[in-house]
Design a protein around this ligand. Sequence first.
Ligand SMILES: Nc1ncnc2c1ncn2[C@@H]1O[C@H](COP(=O)(O)OP(=O)(O)OP(=O)(O)O)[C@@H](O)[C@H]1O
Ligand code: SF4
Ligand SMILES: [Mg+2]
Length: 387
Amino acid sequence: MSTMTMPAGSPAATGGEAFLSVRDLYVRFSTEDGIVKAVDGLSFDVQRGRTLGIVGESGSGKSVTNLTILGMHNPATTTIGGEIVLDGQELTGASERQLQQLRGNKMAMIFQDPMTSLSPYYTVGRQIAEPFRKHTGATKRAAHERAVEMLAKVGIPQPAQRVHDYPHQFSGGMRQRVVIAMALVCNPDLIIADEPTTALDVTVQAQILDLLLEMQREFGSAIVLITHDLGVVANTADDLLVMYAGRAVERGTVEEVLRAPQHPYTWGLLGSMPSLTTDVSLPLTPIPGTPPSLLDPPTGCPFHPRCRFTEHVSGARCRTERPELPDGRGAACHLTPSQKAELYAEDVAPALGEEAVEAAADAERAADAEAVEDQVPGSTDSEENEQ
Ligand SMILES: Nc1ncnc2c1ncn2[C@@H]1O[C@H](COP(=O)(O)OP(=O)(O)OP(=O)(O)O)[C@@H](O)[C@H]1O
Ligand code: SF4
Ligand SMILES: [Mg+2]
């Protein structure tokens, strides 16, 4: 079968040297109602200095994946399988002590609600200085100076005075800046930002994202950015992973996925949320149905109960056979590359606006050319669904 190839060095592709490498990750929770398969065979890579955006509807396993990387699940109710390797160190078998050492020092998380990370009882200065002292052994005075320096870096005016204030004395946007200062105080190599701007108004959102990228340039960190907003991804991330029902269904560079999306679920996301590729004058179209229960996920392709393209796939494959996500650029869907390009161009792109139609036409021409190249006498692989 032919797949589009990933540009060299693109870290969304699996394989190759990566700072963070997640392989075949499974996360299951034992609950009173049964086993929740929150993450189900997920693989991705992130490299230093690059940002991976992870998008997907509510409940698709984005936060669970990232909390698992940080080792923040209750081992009594959680079963974890697969591999998480951070800078050569395996994390799935690491002790709590090792993980604690890594958290803050090598990897840090920025949550949606700053008050999740900030204590109302301590000054912001103390909350920035403490992890710095803990991880570096710096003196109280040096840690205080570092806290002032970090507040200045994240754009808090009069940092030498504000360092003595409590979180409630800051606005929401300022608090998120403080959280970023806290997360970055030890120069972590990996920053996981889970909806870091969702609670903020649009102008503050842009400032916070700019700040994150600025910090990334300064510290060379790898960033995993979880968001519902494809517009945020388009402006901020280098690579994109689309998740559905605990699995990755599409990956590529942001440009590849937004210009020529290949998975019907990604098409649905693009049509249902305002983003840079959507013409604002066109109506949004919600994806029919709801995300599946992860207690009893659908057989075959987990998206099949909501997919309107199953009739283009021969037999009952969508219901019975789980499509795999190829390494590198691609989508976990039984449609052939030509079908994906054609259906997107004819059926989906017109509802997304002129820019999408033009990009889709280019992608369709490229897929057709590739299909011709792939025509080897006796090979029917690329025509599997078209008979
Ligand atoms: N501790 C837990 N015990 C049982 N189920 C859990 C637990 N944590 C998460 N889940 C379930 O795992 C699934 C994935 O949750 P997760 O929080 O990763 O979703 P998400 O993609 O981050 O969604 P959102 O966009 O709403 O934040 C959901 O069905 C959720 O209910
Ligand atoms: S495999 Fe079938 S059900 Fe799943 S996205 Fe592709 S066409 Fe739709
Ligand atoms: Mg979440």
